[in-house]
Write a new protein. Sequence first.
Length: 453
Amino acid sequence: MSTSKSQTLVDKYLKFQETCVSPFHTVQTVKNSLIQQGFTELSLDSKWNLDIGEKYFIRHRDKKTILAFYLGEQNLETTGFKIIAAHTDSPTLKMKLNPWKQNKDLSLICPQTHGSLIYRTWLDQPLKVAGMVYKIKKHQGKVLFDSLSSLPKLDSQLVASDHAVGIIPELAIHLDRNKNTSGPINPETQMDILCSTSHSQENFIKSFWSSLGQNDDVDGFDLTFSPHFKHQVVGLDQSLIIGPRHDDLAMSFVGLEALLKASKNNKNKNTFVLGLLDAEETGSQTASGAGSAFFRDCLLNISLNHPRSLKEKSPPDPVNIFSNSYLISADMAHAFHPSHQSKHDTNHRPMLNQGLVVKENTNDRYATTGETHSMFKALCQEASVPLQNYVNRQDMGCGSTIGPILASQLGCNTVDVGLAMLGMHSSMETMGCKDLDYAAKVFEVFYRGSRLN
């Protein structure tokens, strides 16, 4: 492996993470990269006119999920789709609907937790805020309605503070001598975000919206907090990356890199897809999550509007399409922790910087089967990339991914893979630099269906 190439990919990942401070920003960042590489955006409101050898993308209306694809020449009933799927959300703190709180002269914001974050790691971290704000469109004080849907019109705007707006202060050990031996964090009472010491509530609210370039006339919002922290390469050998949101933006990033590289060749025979979906951390049961109809509907729309399908007298059979498809569910994996060795199965201890990890669970918390594992093993061999295995201890519960959800939605062969990381769901997670390059190589081989030059 070329060290210079690996370092270039790490630098690109660090820049990617700088802009991806919310699912909205991730989708916008991915959109910008796709457009720069000649991808065309398709509208959900109009018919798709697709050409073989071209590349396209679709965003869900909520702007937190995006699907991109290259259209190959082969009949989809024969070849199916080659799919990589990851997720855009991470465990985080989200603003409540009425978040404002005054305590003495202190101005605070009350958040709610998104996903199973590790509470204590969010204390004493400078926090920025980002997401989407919404305003009701009016004319002369009256609400405007859409002429077709008869629904109220809204304006939406992507926003992010350019500085830390607050912090969740820890309690001094002098006031809690049992802090290091006991005492869980209560997210309702102990995680309010301290934002100001000098504002009345009215001025505090105005100051908060001003930090996002807004007046205080915002009607709705989807805003999350994240550490105001640039990812760093650390270690004596500079082999580790520390920062928020590796789960799952690392897999989203390498999936995007593979798609951009593979799609430069407009002679590819197969149709390959990248799906970056929201809400994995909360169960995927949203309008744009893996449990929704969006992903399957988009794939069906691609198949119906494929030039080969349009020439046929009858529409393509979804059963044939999906039974011939192969899906890589790409989500991060637990690395061996040197200080907690007993938490790992003895024979399944993935290491940082030693390649991708196939995840398997007999209770189907992961979608991997013996067949799909073998297929992915062959891809790694073709890419000259090492492969590791993960199975959780049998006396511990197991997490899950979008893999089983999409496998059940589509009925296609699915494998769950990831990159090894430490501190999953901490506000600061750690992964290996080399692993980015390993994943990008395997994913590109998967899309291209051949060895890399």
